[in-house]
Design a protein around this ligand. Sequence first.
Ligand code: SF4
Length: 397
Amino acid sequence: MNSANDLTILISDKNLDPQLKTIALKVQASERISFDEGVALYEKGELAYLGVLANFIREQRHGNKTYFNRNFHIEPTNLCVYDCKFCSYSRLIKQRSEGWELTMEEMLNIVRKYDDQPVTEVHIVGGVLPQYDMAFYTELFRKIHEHRPELHVKALTPVEYHYIFKKAKVDYATGMRLMKEAGLESMPGGGAEIFHPEIREQIAKDKCTGEQWLQIHEEWHRLGQRSNATILYGHIEQFWHRVDHMEQLRQLQDKTGGFQTFIPLKFRNQDNQMSHIKEVSVIEDLRNYAISRIYLDNFDHIKAYWAMISRSTAQLALNFGVDDIDGTLDDTTKIYSMAGAEEQNPAMSTAELVELIKQVGRHPVERDTLYNVVTDYSNYQPEEKPGARFYKLPVLN
Ligand code: SF4
């Protein structure tokens, strides 16, 4: 594999910083790097160096395969009892007139709209409001299953579950069991932000703590179920806060093995209370994907949301550790566009996404939520004429 050669050449570079050389040797030997080494990658690792390491790991695990799934989103409401400083999406209850609150029937109508579409997953996430309680969501999950039994229900984060279970006066273990019985099949990775209280209390102080977020995932994994994890990076946190966040995820994953995918989410500064903070560069986005791939040695997948970072950055990210691009979204989510993402109408057809992946020499594979292969598009020939071509980055000079 080219990525193995790239790594060997990099290690033989006499000018390489000794600590970075030690890390590269560890990656070559599939050994875990330490917390301090994670921080060193952020402080000293240049983009080209990080790309070689991350691409080596990515190709060792997945070769050229690049996964995507066909899903649609339901966002029950953009009103929220919380007031996270980075959130461009939610409106406080006092601004009710600016928001939406879907009824159960309206949500089921969204599900029905996809009856003749080959989607495999519904992704449900939104603001936190009292009426969306235990009774509401358990009924919703049951009704979705009654209507379309094979549709995978991936729904709500520990932010919602913590609130719902507290109101229902049930502990996390009981609450997650009741959700599973109602038809919840997996949990998305949102609400993680930055776990460390020093940062979390400044940006998201009232919602569940980092510890509670991890406890809820742990209970879910104990039921034999899978979930994802995220980080919100590029605002007031320092590099070591990012490493601390990943360290806590790595430890829980050692314990349960229940995480599938890590999804770095870039802080966007449009229309929120942190608009004065400059967004980080695309270089930093790619460095962050790469370091995530290197640090989280027990996570199978690193995912990029193309709607959040743009199509071209998503293509680049496939050389920096990312093996999964989310997804064929239609236009059912407003989370990214309201935060200032380049994609104001995040809709991409399967053919477009397949072409996007093939343009950079990777093999598109449609997966279901649990990474079972639905369709391998390696030999797919698009009917439409392809657009501009992108080539593999020469990450090593
Ligand atoms: S990030 Fe989530 S919990 Fe925080 S205000 Fe926005 S919708 Fe509410």
